[in-house]
Design a protein around this ligand. Structure first.
Ligand code: C5P
Length: 181
């Protein structure tokens, strides 16, 4: 959805900064793009530009955990534990929610498989968001690796806006129209 949001933002004449992981998708001319590979890099890149943004839309599926140890050289078979120790990555969205200034609009995305609206609403409140885009990724229509999507927007003032299945660009247009009204 992130790249569809970029296209819809350009249509509205917005100045767009895109922070993304490695992708094969092409970005339109005029977008300032920062490539990152880890959650920590994405966190740093977001903090760099956050205060200059009016709208922040966080569509990346950021890993919640990372390996606790990263070897600097190839490890021998006998040196590797059978258990992979993990630690949490920074919750970028929650941190931006804590730092948000009045006038900034922060939008999160929630990819859910069960109790979607309940889980989405909890994240909206816990992370101090203005809107959250709830995506039931267990549905066959739309979601990852598809040009279509079917989502529900939840707003901090109790708004519930179901968007029926549509091309991602159309979903992104409706989303931006709604958060900018
Ligand atoms: O809790 P969950 O991972 O479903 O939250 C999804 C939202 O949080 C998305 O907007 C995603 O970009 C953001 N996120 C984040 N930092 C993380 C994990 C997710 O900002 N470490």
């Amino acid at each position: 959805m992130g790249f569809a949001v970029v296209d819809a933002a350009l249509e509205r004449g917005w100045k767009v900064d895109l922070i993304s992981g490695p992708v094969t998708l092409e970005v339109k001319h005029g977008v300032r793009q920062t490539f990152v590979e880890t959650a920590d890099e994405m966190f740093a890149a977001c903090l760099d530009i956050f205060t200059s943004c009016d709208f922040i839309l966080m569509a990346a599926a950021v890993c919640d955990h990372k390996p606790a140890l990263v070897a600097k050289r190839k490890l021998k078979k006998g040196e590797i534990s059978s258990f992979l120790e993990l630690e949490q990555t920074p919750d970028i969205l929650a941190e931006l929610g804590r730092r948000k200034a009045s006038g900034q609009k922060l939008v999160g995305f929630a990819a859910e498989t069960n109790d979607c609206l309940v889980n989405g609403e909890r994240k909206l409140l816990e992370k101090n968001l203005d809107w959250i885009v709830v995506n039931d990724v267990s549905l066959p229509e739309g979601g990852f690796a598809s040009d279509l999507n079917k989502v529900t927007l939840l707003g901090r003032n109790g708004e519930v806006v179901p968007i029926d299945i549509a091309p991602k660009l159309e979903v992104a247009r409706i989303l931006l129209e709604r958060i900018d009204s």
